[in-house]
Design a protein around this ligand. Structure first.
Ligand code: SUG
Length: 453
């Protein structure tokens, strides 16, 4: 059951793809980002695919929220680095003289809301509040810029401090490297029941670095668990297998996903699977964990990473006996993953008994599947009522957002278009209008507050 006696419900909040969606090859260790660097991006299609995915989940009977894109290009940041002139001039000069900085300032990566924060439902937290810690995303220059706005967004969404604790990002340092919910899973008898929170890290701060970046440290995981006032008897810290990171699983959610009593994962996801199973079994309250493991003989890590099989959303549709996997269409296009899924759902008494395929190809090309695009927030009815209502998607809001995308977004963004000073005015006009569609308020985006030149 998604709902307990308390009526708590897991709500997916998806990041709305921003108007500067592009392929800049910014993320070392993210194979799709590297492979598709400098491709022509289709921002309008990307945003519409994201909205269609949200609407599909609503049509299946699930609640859905939406989070706004960030201000990009990030002119405020560029000014802090000494660029001057009109906003268009700042952008044109930065693009011409500081390509690395400018590309980071343009990235629409806040769309991957799984990296926005780590969320602990109130049922898990000693003070009975719902806790959120903004992710510092310090591994990648283009992503470390996200924390500031994410914090303001979450404070808009979760305004009541008696019910919600929104913690700022951990100090952005290598020792406290934190990528939010992408490296965090929760298992529970039902959404509103006390859960086992599983924090997945790639390295300890003291460990020597080899291979692709391990973006999450154990120290960051423990800091989040402490701040959220989790009971040690229900928190688990587990190391990601280094070979998974080196195969392109830059976040745990590329090789594992959990919902309620089910953990679906690749055989090579964790450094010590047996220890994880034993600890989760010992700490589970009121439920028997079910581990669904995809063996490497059926699905190689390479297939997991190219298809994003595990970057699916695992959900319980209203009234359903078992769970549904909301998977990217790439899983269906890969013979091995398609066959594996067909067989998995056909098992008698399968824990995951249905699959729904969704098309988020523009996001996938940058290494973001259906699960990357959403931040899960479990809310009790009282918390939901206390949250800002305008972030919850309904048909009217979806239609407004769709019209807004069609009005403002370019159809295509080629590498040569990115330095165009006109892009600044266009994106600012779009975001300015968005503050009147979502409950962000005037002055939400820095360009609205600062009188320039
Ligand atoms: O951080 N890609 C993102 C993808 C994040 C996916 N999120 C989860 N797995 N939860 C990243 O690597 C690529 C941007 C570019 O290259 O233009 C990028 O940032």
């Amino acid at each position: 059951m998604t709902e307990t006696a308390s009526g708590a419900e897991e709500i997916n909040f998806d990041g709305l793809v921003g108007p500067t969606h592009n392929y800049a090859g910014l993320s070392e260790g993210n194979l799709a980002s590297a492979r598709n660097a400098n491709m022509v991006a289709r921002p309008r299609e990307a945003a519409l695919q994201g909205l269609a995915k949200m609407q599909r989940l609503r049509a299946l009977g699930l609640s859905q929220g939406v989070l706004p894109p960030h201000e990009r290009p990030n002119i405020t940041w560029l000014r802090s680095l000494g660029f001057t002139g009109s906003d268009g001039e700042v952008w044109e000069r930065a693009w011409r003289t500081e390509p690395t900085i400018a590309r980071a300032a343009l990235a629409a990566s806040a769309m991957w809301a799984a990296n926005a924060a780590t969320i602990s439902p109130s049922a898990d937290c000693a003070d009975g509040r719902l806790h959120a810690t903004v992710a510092n995303l310090q591994t990648m220059l283009h992503r470390v810029l996200e924390g500031e706005q994410t914090q303001r967004t979450l404070r808009c969404l979760l305004p009541d401090e008696a019910r919600f604790a929104v913690h700022p990002a951990l100090l952005p340092h290598d020792a406290l490297s934190d990528e939010g919910a992408a490296n965090h899973m929760r298992m529970a008898a039902a959404a509103g029941a006390p859960g086992v929170e599983i924090f997945v890290y790639g390295r300890q701060a003291s460990e020597a670095k080899t291979g692709f970046p391990a973006r999450q440290t154990l120290e960051a995981c423990r800091a989040v668990a402490r701040s959220h006032q989790l009971d040690a008897s229900r928190a688990v810290f587990v190391k990601q297998a280094p070979q998974a990171i080196d195969a392109g699983a830059f976040h745990n959610d590329v090789v594992a996903v959990a919902h309620e009593h089910v953990l679906f994962h690749h055989e090579d996801a964790f450094a010590d699977k047996a220890a994880l199973y034993a600890e989760v079994r010992a700490k589970a309250q009121g439920f028997e964990p079910v581990f669904v493991e995809a063996p490497r003989g059926r699905v190689g890590l390479d297939d997991a990473v190219t298809s994003y099989l595990f970057n699916s959303q695992l959900v319980r549709l209203p009234g359903a006996r078992s769970l549904t996997l909301v998977a990217p269409t790439e899983v269906r296009e890969n013979n091995k993953t398609a066959a594996y899924v067909a067989e998995m759902i056909a098992q008698p008494n399968a824990a995951i008994e249905q699959v729904e395929y969704v098309e988020v190809r523009e996001s996938m090309r940058n290494g973001g599947g259906p699960a990357c695009l959403r931040l899960r927030i479990v809310m009790t009815p009282a918390e939901r009522a206390a949250a800002a209502q305008g972030f919850f998607l309904d048909d009217a809001l979806a239609a407004q957002l769709e019209a807004w995308v069609k009005k403002h977004y370019r159809e295509a963004l080629a590498p040569d278009d990115l330095g165009d000073p006109a892009l600044v005015g266009e994106t600012q006009a779009a975001l300015d209008e968005l503050t009147r569609i979502l409950p962000l308020g005037g002055g939400f985006y820095p360009f609205q507050r600062i009188g320039r030149d």
